[in-house]
Design a protein around this ligand. Sequence first.
Ligand SMILES: Cc1cc2nc3c(=O)[nH]c(=O)nc-3n(C[C@H](O)[C@H](O)[C@H](O)COP(=O)(O)O)c2cc1C
Length: 157
Amino acid sequence: MFEAAVSGARTDEIEDVEVVIRPALTAAAVDVLEADGFLLGTPANIGYMSGALKHFFDVIYYPCLEATKRRPYGLYVHGGMDTTGAVRAVESITTGLGWRAVRPPVTVTGPPGKADREACWELGALLAAEVEGLLGRPPGLYVDRSRSGGSVNERLI
Ligand SMILES: Cc1cc2nc3c(=O)[nH]c(=O)nc-3n(C[C@H](O)[C@H](O)[C@H](O)COP(=O)(O)O)c2cc1C
């Protein structure tokens, strides 16, 4: 699943996106700050994400909270029979970070088949295309409007 997702992100059709691979236990806040999008993968372990991915989020959460809002991400989860808890756990943190899913997570239980690998490939390619689109925006000011507590917040992105 990892190899399929990376292969999709590196598809020849997308030229300007560099794919950098970091194991969750070694990824640091600076890696996240420097990235324009994030491809996350984890097994389902005891109804949760891997300890390594949770450690990653613990390390990067506050240093990246303000700077990485609205950045796109994709998620794939591999489990034995039920990935629900792992997906919920990751989505609760990415929601807190304000990251934007490019599509619903790819979840696979049991040995990944051809269709599962293709879904991972598409996830990687979709994320890379999204990042390329962001990079290709014409120069100018971009305003994000979000509503909270009855007032509209505006900020430049
Ligand atoms: C300690 C442990 C806990 C697990 N908990 C879950 C679980 O909650 N849900 C699930 O679907 N699979 C669970 N599994 C099965 C793994 O997610 C499954 O083996 C998966 O294929 C691992 O992914 P990987 O081979 O890509 O690392 C667990 C496996 C282990 C060893």
